[in-house]
Every structure is written in C-alpha cells, then in structure tokens.
Design a protein. Structure first.
Lengths: 214, 218
C-alpha cells in the first residue's frame, strides 16, 4: 500500500492519435505508455502513490486528463512525450507559458487576475496560479535530468503544452528525443533515469515547501 | 416474341440508355467540379503565397528567424522589398520565412505551408491564418512545434513592431494544437513592453481589408 505523495503521470496521445512516428518503428503513444509504466514502478517502489491518465491504448481528451488531475490536491502532474526531433538521448522539460494580458490604452490588464490556487477560475486558465510552482519544479527536474542524460539543457523551457493548461496542480511536460532512434526499445532505456530524476526532484521540490501554488 | 415482352424489352433498353447518359453526365460534372476546385485552390495559393508589392515598397534588411539547431532559432539578415504598411509587411516577411529558407536544416515551417490571410486588429492583435499543411506537416513534438512558432513570432516581432500578440488559425479555424502538442487556442505575445524597436510608421490600411493598422496600445 502506497501512502506517500501523489504523482499523476500522463502518457501523451493514444488511441487514434499516435503522436510522433519514427522511420524505424518508434511510435510516441506506445513508447510513452511503456516509459510511464517504468516510472510508475520506480515511484511506487519509493513510496509514492501514482495515478495515470491512461493505462492502455486509449486517448482521453485534454479535459479528461486535466479532470483526472484536478480531482486531487497536493499532487504533481507530469506529462510524458517523445519528440520528432532533437539530440537522441536528451530530455527537455516544459512548464506552461500563458500569453500576458493585453494592456488596454490605460495600461490596465484587460482580463481579470487569476483565481488563487484552489480557488475557482476559468477552466482554460486553471494552471495560471500554479505557473511559478510548475516553473520551479520543471527547473529542478531538468537539472536532475541533465546530470543523468548528458546533452539535456540545464534549465526548463516555457511552452504552451496543451495538456498542462487546465491542470490545477504544479504541472510539467517532459519530452524525450526522439522517435528517430534506430531501435524503439532504446527509448525505454530512458525510463529508469527519468524515474530517478523525478524521484530526486520531487524530494527537492517538497523539501523546499513548493508543492502548492503561489 | 409476345408483344408484351417486346414492349418490356423496349422500355428496359430506353431506361438503360437514359441511365448510361445520366452516368456519363454525372461523371463529367464530377470531373469539372474537381478541376474547378483544384484551379480555385491553385489560384488562391498563387495569389496568397506571393504577397503583392506596391511602388512604395522599399528594399531593406529584414531579420528572418530560421532554425539554428533542433531547439532554437537565430536571425538571418536578408534583403527584402518590404512595405511600410503592417499587414502587407507581415505577409512579406512570413512569405520569406517559408519560401526563402537558406538550407533544409534551417527550415522551421513545411515548404507546402502557406499564409492564407493576415489581419491586424485595433489592439495590435495579429491573426495569421495558415493552410492545413502547417498543422499536417510540421513534425509532431513540443520541440519542433515550438521551433515553428518561435520562427513565426520572432520574425514578426523583429520586422513589424506594432504587433502585440498573435493568434494562429489553421484554414480559418481555431485548432487545439499545432501538431499534437503546442496550444493554439490562446495567443502568443509579440513585442513585449520594453523590447520594442523602431520600425517604419504604418501607412494607410489596405483597401477593403477588414483590418486596421495596428497602433500602440499605450
């Protein structure tokens, strides 16, 4: 029985949406599901509770994935992807980047401020109050990944990754390069270092008391 | 042969003849329709992918952002004939971004992609409507989709200072993502305050175009 903190793993794509496809048979939806299972085993071994947004070749909608995450508090959401490009064997970590409010002629923001973490907000902007926490977690995770997977950048990047937008938790996406591998099984070897990096970064993140929003 | 049978055979023959003629006519109509659609699409693409130039356009240096690796773009200075009018200027630089790529490794947007329409709203919001090829042929992935978006936004930022944010449509429609990852339901910031550069002042807006020249929001 796992009683530790909750981690929600989100293997991207699935079902009719294969995601990226490589010339040697790598298919993103298959690789990310297998990698998520590897990460799950390691996290549970470390005492974490783990939920996945899909356990098979299904393709929950973006809203369904977010709803799975938003049913929980004090958790972390990690979406897993495999790229079409990039240096093979590296991983990029992303947090959601919102467009800034368009200033009006008087300089006042034209959209209302975001709801506080845990408060009611627009579904499309639920991630907004968690952006800083997501950014901090993404930076910690990317640093861990760079130590284990040389060539990975030292810091995370901001990008509007669709899965993260409506998640009311610290949320990041990791993207492994790439489907261009000569053997799709090579991608699975990225699972253990990814799992270790996630475990280490969760420890650092929680020790810093950053699990909630801002 | 009984008379009734002769009549039935006659009617059947006439029906078959009419059916064959209808089928032939239908086939011709389908072919004509298909040809006209192709011609229309081709004409539209030719019209839209080659932005018109005006006598007032001048040759100047423009910075176009092409790929400088799998995860970043870098500006390349090219000489283009550019308009001072923001809508036409934006179309000209985006056309150069797609069509004038120096090498395949520097390409960020699919070669078959084209800009179908470009508008600028009063508040500086630009709306760029790309053909389906942008979504269908951009390699799926956060890295590759971000590279495509970055090349578009940085090229616009660098050359059309009056823009404040960008909305990307695919064939006139809002879509969830570019190619499965990067969110296109929102806006992309352009020229954030404090990073704006001097650009030629906008001239009058284009004829009956339903856009207005962008103006500074402040």
């Amino acid at each position: 029985m796992h009683t530790g903190p909750l981690v929600i793993l989100d293997p991207g794509h699935g079902g009719a949406d294969p995601g990226a496809r490589g010339p040697n048979g790598a298919v993103e939806k298959e690789s990310v599901l297998l990698i998520a299972r590897i990460v799950r085993v390691e996290l549970e071994r470390q005492g974490y509770r783990v939920l996945m947004t899909r356990y098979d070749d299904s393709n929950p909608s973006y809203d369904d994935r977010a709803a799975t995450a938003n049913a929980h508090r004090d958790a972390i959401f990690i979406s897993i992807h495999v790229a079409s490009t990039g240096t093979i064997g590296t991983v990029h970590t992303y947090y959601y980047r919102f467009s800034s409010a368009l200033p009006t002629v008087t300089g006042v923001a034209s959209i209302p401020p975001p709801a506080p973490p845990g408060g009611l907000g627009l579904w499309e902007e639920v991630q907004l109050p968690y952006t800083d926490a997501s950014h901090r977690f993404a930076d910690i995770l990317e640093l861990e990944l760079a130590q284990r997977l040389p060539g990975s950048p030292a810091t995370s990047s901001a990008a509007p990754v669709r899965e993260l937008r409506s998640v009311a938790l610290p949320a990041v996406a990791v993207e492994i390069s790439s489907v261009l591998v000569s053997d799709p099984n090579t991608l699975l070897s990225m699972g253990p270092p990814l799992a270790t990096s996630i475990v280490r970064s969760l420890q650092t993140f929680r020790a810093a008391g950053s699990a909630g929003g801002d | 042969m009984p008379r009734n049978l002769k009549i039935a055979l006659g009617i059947l023959s006439v029906a078959v003849l009419i059916g064959l003629m209808s089928l032939h006519g239908l086939h011709n109509r389908i072919e004509r329709l298909s040809e006209s659609q192709n011609t229309e699409e081709q004409a539209r693409r030719e019209l839209l992918t080659a932005p018109s130039s005006a006598p007032t356009d001048v040759k100047e240096k423009a910075e176009i952002f092409w790929a400088a690796g799998p995860d970043r773009t870098a500006p390349v200075e090219v000489e283009l004939t550019l308009s001072a009018e923001p809508v036409r200027r934006a179309r000209q630089v985006l056309h150069a971004l797609i069509e004038n790529t120096p090498s395949p490794a520097q390409r960020t947007l699919p070669p078959s992609a084209s800009l179908l329409a470009f508008y600028i709203l009063q508040d500086g919001t630009a709306i760029a409507d790309f053909s389906d090829a942008l979504a269908l042929e951009t390699p799926s992935g956060i890295l590759s989709e971000e590279l495509a978006i970055e090349s578009i936004t940085k090229t616009l930022e660098s050359n059309v200072a009056s823009l404040r944010r960008l909305k990307i449509l695919i064939h006139g429609q809002e879509v969830d993502t570019l190619a499965g990852h990067v969110d296109l339901t929102g806006f992309f910031d352009l020229n954030p305050p404090g990073q704006q550069t001097e650009q030629p002042a906008p001239s009058s807006s284009q004829g009956a175009n339903p856009t207005a020249p962008a103006k500074s929001p402040r």
